[in-house]
Design a protein around this ligand. Structure first.
Ligand code: SF4
Length: 462
């Protein structure tokens, strides 16, 4: 029996990193590591980093400064605190991290975490391993399966990585460099993982990938299967009531995937479909490989298949060369599509990406002013979407206790969080809720006596 040690994993960035962090913990459980909620009493701290946001590496170095102080305090108490840096900053910076932050004991990239027990053993022998290879063997074949107890603790919704990496090479994005080429997990492996989640009480599963709708994993017949086909099989797993997938590229919205939004009852009527800009000139400079009209056409076909589809998006403001007219086209697109929500950010150059080399970088002052205008437009769109929910009755999957006594929180099919006064015994259940109040984009409701009716036109009026 291994001696028990405490593990603290801090995740930065997207859901894929949260998923990876969970799998790292699963893989270390047989080594005797149990998760702890704070770095203070940990024997091993893993920073699972993200390279998408501005100054990502600098933020990691400043976090490492704080953890170094903890490591020194632990040494005074006679304890050894091992520090590991994982994720996309680790992939991008490699051994440079050890040079700038000598307290770090090991560095590994997103494709190497199945080798964590071995890397830790090397670190304990005093080596400073750096593993940022893109190994030919599939890490998912080597990861320990999570225990049922660990899955239950994580709640009634779960994420499953089905696809990693990207071949699109958008000119602002580091993913193709930090996560490598597109690869998809085999159907059998994905479905087995979803079955395990269902067995532990998970009711809703989100299939995730950097470019998830490019999924082409090996199917039961040995041929590549599409995401639509994978979703259809996942929907048959007993206990799984709801399916979602993210993040998608508009160019990979195939006819069968669009039809799945019409035909698969378990596939929730909500889709994150980033567009980044409403200007063709900027889309071309971003190497997005689609035009504004293509995006509008895909949305129209999706809404034809599923009229109440709620859409969300990502926007980058102030990409090099973006004129006021280009930006106006983005504002106009938000109005035209009518988003249920969206994320928007100022462009910031990522070293090593083609966008960083482009002339006509936009002044920060201009970017910030445009971002504020865009966010006002997105807020208007979101408020309009939410207003249409008032008085409607939806099925809500309750996920956790609310902030106030007697309150529980769940999500509508459209991914809106809904707060309801109801017994905690309903957590993990799906119940009909009528929306009674909306306050700053927070929705409140009451349990409805009648079975839920999914409103037919919630998303289609925009
Ligand atoms: S499709 Fe997404 S992940 Fe791929 S390069 Fe473009 S922004 Fe990055």
């Amino acid at each position: 029996m291994n001696e028990t040690r405490k593990l603290f994993v801090k995740s930065f960035g997207c859901q894929m990193n949260v998923y990876d962090s969970q799998r790292m913990a699963d893989n270390l459980a047989p080594e005797g590591y149990v998760e702890t909620a704070t770095a203070d009493d940990a024997d091993l701290v893993i920073l699972n980093t993200c390279h998408i946001r501005e100054k990502a590496a600098e933020k990691v170095y400043s976090e490492l400064g704080r953890i170094r102080v903890m490591k020194e305090a632990a040494a005074v108490e006679g304890r050894r605190l091992v520090i590991a840096v994982a994720g996309c900053v680790a992939q991008a910076e490699g051994g440079e991290i050890m040079r700038r932050a000598p307290a770090v004991d090991l560095v590994f990239g997103p494709q190497s975490y199945h080798r964590l027990p071995d890397l830790l053993a090397r670190a304990e022998r005093g080596e400073k391993p750096v593993d940022t290879e893109f190994p030919a063997d599939d890490k998912f074949n080597h990861l320990a399966a999570p225990s049922r107890a660990a899955l239950r603790r994580r709640g009634v919704t779960g994420f499953v990585t089905v696809q990693e990496g990207c071949d699109k090479f958008c000119s602002f994005c580091v993913v193709p460099y930090t996560r490598g080429a597109e690869s998809s997990r085999p159907v059998r492996q994905v479905l087995a993982e979803i079955e395990r989640l269902a067995d532990a009480g998970v009711r809703e599963v989100t299939l995730i990938g950097q470019n998830v709708n490019a999924y082409h994993g090996e199917g039961f017949d040995g041929r590549p299967w599409s995401l639509a086909r994978l979703l259809a099989h996942a929907a048959r797993i007993s206990g799984i009531e709801r399916l979602r997938y993210t993040t998608s590229h508009p160019g990979d919205m195939t006819d069968d995937l669009i039809a799945a939004h019409r035909d698969l009852g378990a596939l929730m009527p909500q889709l994150h479909l980033p567009v980044q800009s409403g200007s063709d000139r900027v889309l071309a400079a971003m190497n997005r490989r689609h035009h504004r009209a293509d995006y509008i056409d895909v949305v129209a076909r999706l809404r034809h298949a599923r009229p109440d589809l709620a859409l969300s998006s990502d926007f980058i403001v102030g990409f090099p060369g973006e004129t006021e007219a280009d930006f106006a086209a983005t504002l106009d697109l938000v109005g035209e599509i009518g988003y249920a929500s969206a994320f928007s950010f100022n462009y910031s150059a990522r070293p090593g990406t083609p966008g960083a080399e482009l002339p006509d970088q936009i002044e920060d002052k201009v970017k910030s002013e445009r971002l504020q205008r865009l966010q006002r437009e997105i807020d208007r769109s979101q408020a309009a979407f939410n207003r249409r929910s008032l008085g409607e009755t939806f099925d809500v999957l309750f996920e956790r206790p609310g902030r106030h006594d007697g309150q529980i929180v769940g999500r509508s099919p459209y991914l809106q969080p809904l707060q309801v006064n109801a017994p905690q015994s309903l957590i993990g259940e799906i119940a009909a809720v009528t929306v009674t109040e909306i306050s700053s984009n927070s929705l409140f409701g009451v349990l409805a006596p009648a079975p839920a009716r999914q409103p037919a036109l919630l998303g289609a009026e925009a």
